[in-house]
Design a protein around this ligand. Structure first.
Ligand SMILES: [Zn+2]
Length: 57
């Protein structure tokens, strides 16, 4: 890839440009679809627990 600052060709996995020191923006880690599902299940379980608790109380 090319440095966006000085356009020097730098390796794809370079952390920064060795010519001008431009820091290569790191791609954010891929998002996992699991957390949203886990939160939904957790919320459902919590609501169920509260419902049971309220009936019992
Ligand atoms: Zn550069």
């Amino acid at each position: 890839m090319k440095c966006k600052k000085c356009r020097t060709e730098i390796p794809e996995d370079a952390q920064f440009c060795y010519h001008c020191g431009w820091e290569v923006p790191q791609e954010p880690p891929p998002k996992k679809s699991l957390p949203l599902k886990a939160i939904a299940i957790g919320a459902a379980a919590l609501f169920a627990l509260i419902a049971v608790w309220r009936i019992a109380a």
